[in-house]
Design a binder for this molecule. Structure first.
Ligand code: SF4
Length: 385
């Protein structure tokens, strides 16, 4: 198995676990998710637990995030077996947040009971839309009414924190429908809302349809208009935008995702999971069958692995940190990476500050509201030569 520096004594504090199965593949999705492979579930769970055991003692998680796929696309017994099995490998005495992703339609009282029993305290639910015709176009297995039912099941079952995901500016979605969606989400009173504009990813059914003229192409000005309306509605309802696409009630930010945006270390377990530990990053093989085979054979299920040089580490910290509304602390980045972006990229900072896209306040660098609208382009300019 892939191992960090044997001399290393500081345990990894953030753990990601990937469950790669779904009831059906959504046509816009480019995640590592596979449908109709239920027969693989048991061997996959065995492999996941086995991989977790190889990391015992080197991970003391403060946050765990179980994503997919659909982590709840298995029965309650299997859900409890893999969550408890992975958790048993680690010291959970510092655990503050344990999130599991779920989809409306894959949540039952028995599964919620399993989540609560193992210690999950946060569920992130893929609501996506509150219109049946848009959910159908998105290929989702649930209807609009299922989301409210699932949120109720979570609350009755004792899950303390609930986040809802929305997809914005979906094909043919009107602004009135967008406003309705965010209002329905707010009515359910989640602690946190993630709102991502739909993107056409390479290799997806949606992208093929778009190229065939069967779906409208992206229109950035329309997407921004939808995003701005959603931001305003969430702000008025008390959800602060703390990252480009994420909104939370006070104190309800996702601690796990904050770790990614701060570019700190995390370990990923399971097929297709990424890890970033001790200056190295690596990715596990995508195909669950190959993953299972590798773990059974006692081999590292690694697709690729590389060390990250300081200039690239600094860029990655900027790339992730500038997504946060409060931006990054340049003194802190300089101490961490041994390079100061104020020396290496002074011209880029000055140009974007003059253009109104970036602002420097003491040692803090952040995107302005104008910069947030074109964040990828501004951040891309910091890529080291
Ligand atoms: S449920 Fe989520 S992970 Fe699964 S196919 Fe749909 S978008 Fe992808």
């Amino acid at each position: 198995m892939t191992a960090p520096d044997p001399e290393r004594t500081t345990p990894v504090r953030h753990l990601y676990v990937h469950f790669p199965y779904c009831a059906r593949k959504c046509p816009y999705c480019d995640f590592n998710s596979h449908a109709k492979r239920e027969a693989e579930t048991e061997p996959y769970i065995d492999a996941l637990i086995e991989e977790a055991r190889t990391w015992a003692g080197r991970v003391v998680p403060e946050t765990i995030f179980v994503g997919g796929g659909t982590p709840t696309h298995c029965d309650a017994g299997q859900l409890e077996r893999y969550l408890a099995g992975v958790a048993a490998a680690f010291d959970l005495s510092n655990l503050r947040e344990w999130t599991v992703e779920a989809n409306p339609g894959s949540v039952s009282a028995a599964k919620v009971e399993a989540l609560r029993r193992v210690g999950v305290n946060r569920v992130s639910m893929g609501a996506q839309s509150f219109h049946d015709h848009h959910l159908e176009l998105l290929g989702r297995i649930h209807g609009a009414a299922d989301t409210a039912r699932s949120v109720e099941t979570l609350r009755v079952g004792g899950i303390e924190r609930v986040s809802l995901d929305l997809i914005l500016a979906t094909p043919k979605q009107t602004m009135a429908e967008q406003v309705y969606d965010v209002e329905r989400a707010i009515e359910l009173a989640p602690d946190h809302i993630s709102a991502y504009v739909l993107t056409y990813e390479e290799g997806t059914v949606f992208t093929r349809r778009m190229r065939q003229g069967r779906l409208p192409p992206p229109r950035p000005e329309r997407e921004l208009a939808h995003l701005h309306r959603v931001c305003n509605a969430l702000d008025a309802a008390g959800y602060a935008r703390y990252e480009i696409s994420n909104f939370a009630r006070p104190g309800e930010e996702s601690l796990h995702n904050l770790a990614y945006w701060r570019n700190v270390e995390w370990l990923g377990l399971g097929a297709g999971a990424h890890s970033h530990v001790a200056g190295r990053r690596w990715k596990t093989v995508d195909d669950p069958a190959r993953y299972i085979e590798s773990v059974r054979a006692g081999e590292a299920p690694t697709e690729w692995s590389e060390s990250v040089e300081p200039a690239l580490q600094l860029f990655e910290s900027l790339m992730m940190g500038l997504r946060l509304i409060k931006g990054v602390d340049l003194d802190e980045l300089s101490t961490r990476h041994g390079l100061d972006v104020r020396d290496t990229q002074a011209a880029t900072i000055a140009r974007h500050a003059a253009g109104g896209f970036l602002t420097v306040d003491g040692s803090r660098l952040r995107l302005t509201p104008r910069g947030l609208d074109v964040a990828n382009a501004v951040i891309g300019d910091f890529y080291p030569e």
